[in-house]
Design a protein around this ligand. Structure first.
Ligand SMILES: CC(C)(COP(=O)(O)OP(=O)(O)OC[C@H]1O[C@@H](n2cnc3c(N)ncnc32)[C@H](O)[C@@H]1OP(=O)(O)O)[C@@H](O)C(=O)NCCC(=O)NCCS
Length: 202
């Protein structure tokens, strides 16, 4: 289990920081948070993880992607936000490849979801932060994400163009982002990021 008492402390700090920016009531969010644990997905969590993804996204595509990655991608990081036994959020990281730099260990963050009724309480942020830490512990030096340009920069993601790195998908520049987990890890690296094959098949 990734969570400990310190985790709650970290979250309080994080929530405090987010609230300074967002102006939301600190206590309200903290009370919501106190029982939420971020932990690895366990055997038996699959149906709940599927339900979280189906509730947060408009189609079941992401839920199917999660199931396919679970079967086929290695190593995989799959974390859940567990509120006293109820799974309310999920995040997944799978390895991606940078053309011409296959020696680099880079993870792709996708997908992530929080059930609609528990969004905007910092649960997504907690999943991202724990996920990045888990990637680092596994020896990965960078993470890419294709997602909301207004959300991921708060975790240190920057547009991939700052690294001369592009996505295999034709997407606007600002939505494909990169974060180095080890400073300088991507120095001199340029090319196109390719996701696991299941991204093209679900
Ligand atoms: C994105 C998501 C996982 C964030 O989870 P969360 O627990 O609400 O995240 P946090 O509480 O840490 O942060 C909330 C902030 O996320 C940002 N955010 C949420 N949805 C966003 C969107 N569609 N576009 C840009 N920013 C968004 C906002 O800045 C929001 O701040 P606010 O609470 O002041 O409005 C959640 O909104 C979700 O499940 N959305 C549907 C699925 C999805 O889009 N997944 C991400 C794919 S890239």
């Amino acid at each position: 289990m990734l969570v400990s008492i310190e985790f709650v402390g970290v979250q309080f700090y994080l929530q405090f920081y987010l609230n300074l920016i967002c102006g939301c009531p600190i206590l309200f969010n903290f009370i919501y948070f106190i029982h939420v644990k971020i932990r690895r997905e366990n055997e038996g969590d699959e149906a709940a993880v599927q339900a979280v993804n189906e509730s947060a996204f408009e189609t079941s595509e992401e839920a199917r992607l999660v199931a396919a990655l679970r079967e086929q991608a290695q190593p995989l990081i799959s974390l859940v936000a567990d509120d006293e036994g109820k799974i309310i959020g999920h995040i997944m990281f799978s390895p991606v490849a940078l053309d011409g730099h296959h020696e680099l260990k880079i993870m792709g963050l996708a997908p992530m979801a929080v059930v609609p009724e528990r969004q905007h309480q910092g649960i997504g942020a907690a999943l991202v932060l724990e996920g990045l830490e888990a990637c680092k512990k596994l020896g990965f030096g960078a993470v890419v994400v294709l997602g909301h340009a207004a959300y991921y920069p708060r975790f240190g993601f920057v547009p991939s163009t700052q690294f001369d790195i592009s996505s295999e998908y034709d997407v606007p520049e600002d939505v494909f982002m990169v974060k180095e987990l080890t400073p300088g890890y991507l120095d001199g690296a340029k090319g196109t990021i390719k996701y696991h094959a299941v991204f093209g098949s679900v």
